[in-house]
Design a protein around this ligand. Structure first.
Ligand code: C2O
Ligand code: CU
Length: 500
């Protein structure tokens, strides 16, 4: 808590803080120019009021301790030293019930500053974990307690919002159970997918520095080529910017996968989370169709699918019926000729290596994408014409691997103004050769168009535009950015800024 006050000395923060400071500034302005709009900052009374409204009478508090710490991790025969929550990869899942207050005490045992962002949760703005915008970074050796009401059920996750830390082992699931869930399944399998390079020669900071120094080396149009990154039809262009040694499912390579013990006929709710930094995954179970039930935590009209596509940051829940033979759940790194897997063991054990041919076949099956699903009726936004629309033109990479929104690299003092109570439309227009999973903090938008899915991260393919609508009901300063961590760090972020 004490640490928060240091942020006030930062120049950038003056513009962001509301309440006393900013109100005071505009009050003593004597020029004829209209007073600068006042941002509703993370510690404003509006944020506190929104939080009060979220808390019921007898809220239960779930308290957890999290330690960000450097640790040895076994990826399955390959040992790496990396950054983790509590020494585990993925970090230990947090499970709460809708309406609970989550109190997470972070101890930063790293030698670098960090924060935690609670991806997808419509939480109070001052707990959102964004340096400068919502809090001061938690210094090495420091602590910070995140405490917030969790208003919506669903599959979420958490990760740092500092530099490229997301591409280390700092990630874990946050599962919010719905007390009114029909529980139309017998058991759950949470699968966290990741593209891995840390501890194997080049760490993520070195990768970003290299991209920044040499520009885009992997064959984006007009850039110096080194053979070029592969392309994917499903992604409409380049598959990524970074080469990874391994793809992981729940912390393991495909060669040494985790096993999930199941019984034939059981209905398993899969909770799939893409924690990758630069990789989209196509997920499926050969010979078993999935019923997709949720996107980014929110229910959809159930849809059958052979495979589903998940961009970075996205989640999908799907139900499968376990067959009477052992099968792999495969996560193909889209367009990259590599995959991760979890073995669903309901019959005789099967060697991990046996999945190779199945992975090839799976790549030829149809993939469900966001345009194929509709929000379930109870979570559809009521029809309303947007009060304000902001275009976000996505471009890059520039000469120094710059990725921009409306021609500008990230500056926390810039923003897209909105007012509480407005229906807001964001129009993401991708003018680059690569897909961008665009994420909005603190809100779950609806993909515009007939009954679009509720999501917080949406894939925007090259040459396309995607409109998303949300109701501005959670005051504060909220990042919106590409969830490719390298794009985000190279500038593709901005702030949706509530103003008085
Ligand atoms: Cu999952 Cu701003 O991030
Ligand atoms: Cu991007």
């Amino acid at each position: 808590m004490r640490a928060e006050h240091r942020v006030i000395s930062r120049r950038g923060f003056l513009a962001l803080s509301a309440g006393a400071t900013a109100a005071g500034l505009s009050a003593c302005s004597t020029t004829e120019r209209p007073a600068a709009p006042v941002r509703i900052g993370p510690r404003s009374p509006q944020v506190a009021a929104a939080e009060r409204a979220r808390r019921g009478a007898n809220v239960r508090t779930t308290a957890v301790k999290l330690e960000a710490t450097e640790h040895a991790v076994d990826l399955g025969g390959t040992q790496v030293i990396t950054w983790t929550y509590g020494g585990e990869l993925p970090g230990k899942e947090i499970r709460v019930k809708r309406g609970d207050v989550l109190k997470a005490e972070l101890t930063n045992a790293l030698r670098r500053p960090t924060t935690i962002h609670w991806h997808g949760v419509a939480l109070r703005n001052d707990m959102d974990g964004v340096p400068v915008v919502t809090q001061t970074e938690v210094e090495g050796g420091g602590r910070f307690t995140y405490e917030f009401a969790v208003p919506d059920a669903g599959t979420y996750w958490f990760h740092p919002h500092v530099g490229t830390q997301l591409d280390t082992g700092l990630y874990a699931p946050l599962i919010v159970e719905d007390p009114d869930d029909g529980y139309d399944y017998d058991t759950e399998l949470v699968v966290v997918l990741d593209d891995w390079l840390d501890g194997l020669g080049r760490d993520p900071d070195a990768v970003l520095a290299d991209l920044r120094t040499n520009g885009m080396p992997m064959g984006h149009e007009g850039m110096p080529g080194m053979g070029g990154m592969p392309k994917s039809e499903l992604l409409g262009g380049d598959v990524g910017d970074v080469t990874y040694k391994h793809m992981l499912a729940n912390g393991r390579t495909a060669a040494a996968p985790r096993t999930f013990a199941a019984k034939p006929g059981q209905r398993v709710r899969l909770r799939l989370i893409n924690a990758g930094a630069d990789t989209a995954f196509r997920v499926g179970v050969p010979g078993v169709r999935m019923t997709v039930t949720h996107t980014d935590g929110f229910p959809v009209v159930p849809r059958m699918a052979d495979t589903v596509l998940l961009g970075m940051g996205e989640r999908v829940d799907a139900i499968i019926t376990v067959p009477n033979t052992t099968v792999p759940l495969l996560a193909l790194a889209e367009g990259r000729d590599s995959y991760a897997q979890v073995i669903i063991q309901s019959g005789r054990p099967v060697a991990a290596a046996a999945s190779g041919p199945a992975a090839k076949q799976l790549a030829n099956l149809s993939a469900l994408t966001v345009g194929d699903v509709e929000a379930a009726e109870p979570v559809r936004l009521p029809d309303r014409t947007p009060d304000v629309m902001h275009r976000l033109v996505l471009e890059g990479p520039g000469e120094k691997y710059d990725w921009t929104i409306n021609g500008k690299a990230y500056n926390p003092e810039d923003g897209l103004p909105v007012r509480q109570g407005q229906r807001v439309r964001l129009r993401f227009e991708n003018k680059s050769q690569m897909f961008h999973p665009m994420h909005l903090h603190g809100h779950t938008f609806q993909v515009a168009g007939r009954r679009g899915a509720r999501k917080d991260t949406v894939l925007v393919l090259p040459g396309t535009a995607v409109d998303v609508d949300f109701d501005a009901d959670n005051p504060g300063q909220w990042l919106t950015h590409c969830h490719n961590v390298y794009h985000g760090e190279a500038g593709m972020m901005t702030v949706v800024s509530y103003e008085e």
